[in-house]
Design a protein around this ligand. Structure first.
Ligand SMILES: Cc1cc2nc3c(=O)[nH]c(=O)nc-3n(C[C@H](O)[C@H](O)[C@H](O)COP(=O)(O)OP(=O)(O)OC[C@H]3O[C@@H](n4cnc5c(N)ncnc54)[C@H](O)[C@@H]3O)c2cc1C
Length: 417
């Protein structure tokens, strides 16, 4: 910061995928007096941990458009920076083994087609040609979504940040925002570890710490820090680069190639949530793993997965990665202006899809601030849609954990078995 009282048109709190994307999209929309404040280093919270899936299978058109904007942004960033961001667009094979998952899949397909995506059924032969380790003899329906792929979260966040900086945004690390400045119903800046920054707009993109920041103006942000985790198997030639992602909702499992092995994610029926007021400031200092319970879960799933991945017992599970995303009770993002508050935009509740949705988040933030139109109907992400919320309450956190369980099925409403 330049001095102890600074000023900017827009201050963004948080240098993860959502904050850096907001900075990039604001500059893209012509707002260049942007100051992003990050208390640590860029992309060291959730954004260096994503499994990287950029899949479009969602139950609403808005979210598909949010994800489409990320793909478009990646192309723009590659042009601006003159380098590859490493988006592996090799599609996704998605298979349903039960009648209810097949019905859900057909419903999701029709939403995707309505949004203009090219999704089609494939036969067993094509599926095996695309993913040799996968055995789909018992599958009732298998589809392929060519636009899906995967990318690296830290690389993408760094690209958003660098492109924003090239366009004039200031990005400052090592500065903690200690609270929002509120005068009447208006948020007019932030208090930081280095002084006050006044701003016409404040964008809160603080990831798992968003609820604590929102609490500084008594807004109950509707999300719960929720643990996600996945394993990576040792490189043994099971996968080759160019193979697609795999989603198996009946098994609550998803996979993709990773340096000759596989990245394997499994979703618990009820994921672990955390009290948002009790988080360490650095995600690396949080102990999110319970080796005994997590290994038991892996073994249980491995038994079931044997029918579709016959060689699973030979795979060496080399790495176990975990981190916190923020889930909402309906499994949908939160981005917009809290009711009754001027000058504030909240961007969070990523529901484990903040890499995929990052471009859309940025566009919606820019559209709210500039008034420029967007193709994304952000009304589904309205911050007050759950009424008054206490994000610390166990009952609220449980609702969010249930929503996470529906993610492998395209975020269909909780309870839709
Ligand atoms: C294990 C795992 C797997 C995942 N897999 C996928 C996937 O396959 N596909 C996908 O799309 N998404 C995935 N995600 C989700 C994705 O990683 C997140 O949605 C995304 O990183 C969220 O970005 P963010 O900017 O909201 O949060 P973060 O990256 O956590 O950034 C928030 C930043 O705000 C900073 N901050 C907080 N408070 C303050 C403050 N008071 N002052 C200053 N700075 C502050 C923090 O230091 C942090 O850097 C996964 C997440 C996890 C944990």
């Amino acid at each position: 910061m330049r001095n102890s009282v600074d000023r900017a048109e827009v201050v963004i709190v948080g240098g993860g995928l959502l904050g850096t994307s907001a900075a990039y999209h604001l500059t893209r929309a012509g707002v260049t007096d942007v100051l992003l404040l990050e208390r640590g280093e860029l992309a060291t919270g959730a954004s260096c941990r994503p499994a990287g899936f950029l899949n479009h299978t969602r139950s609403d058109v808005s979210t598909i458009r949010m994800i489409g904007r990320t793909r478009a942004a990646i192309k723009e960033l590659e042009q601006i920076l003159g380098e590859s961001i490493g988006f592996h667009q090799h599609g996704c094979v998605r298979a349903a083994f039960s009648e209810s998952r097949e019905e859900e899949m057909r419903a999701l397909e029709s939403v995707m087609r309505g949004a203009g995506l090219n999704v089609h059924e494939i036969d067993r032969q094509e599926a095996t040609a695309r993913v040799p380790w996968l055995k789909l003899d018992e599958a009732r329906r298998t589809i392929f979504v060519p636009e899906d792929g995967y990318a690296d979260g830290a690389l993408l966040a760094s690209a958003y940040a660098r492109a924003a900086r090239l366009a004039g945004a200031r990005i400052q690390r090592g500065i903690e925002v200690t609270g929002l400045l509120q005068e009447g119903g208006e948020v007019s800046g932030v208090m930081t570890s280095k002084g006050v920054v006044r701003a016409r707009w404040v964008v809160c993109a603080a990831g798992a710490w968003e609820m604590a920041l929102a609490a500084s103006i008594n807004f109950g942000f509707p999300g719960a820090p929720t643990r996600s985790h996945y394993w990576i198997t040792a490189p043994d030639g099971t996968s080759t680069a160019g193979q697609p992602n795999v989603y198996l909702p009946d098994f609550r499992a998803y996979m993709r190639p990773e340096v000759g092995g596989l990245l394997i994610g499994l979703q618990e029926p009820l994921s672990r949530t955390y009290d948002p007021m009790q988080l360490e400031p650095d995600m690396n200092d949080m102990n999110l793993v319970d080796e005994t319970a997590d290994t038991d879960m892996l073994l249980e799933h491995a038994g079931a997965l044997k029918s579709v991945a016959p060689r699973i017992e030979e795979w060496g599970f080399a790495h176990h990665i975990s981190g916190l995303s923020v889930y909402t009770p309906d499994g949908k993002f939160v981005v917009g202006r809290p009711a009754g508050t001027e000058g504030l935009v909240v961007a969070g509740g990523c529901c484990g899809s903040g890499l995929a949705g990052s471009g859309g988040y940025g566009e919606v933030v820019a559209s709210i601030i500039t008034g420029q139109p967007s193709e994304i109907d952000a009304s589904v992400y309205e911050p007050n849609r759950f009424g008054v919320v206490d994000p610390t309450s166990q009952a609220f956190r449980d609702r969010c954990a249930v929503a996470r369980a529906g993610k492998s099925r395209g975020n269909l409403p909780p309870g839709n078995k």
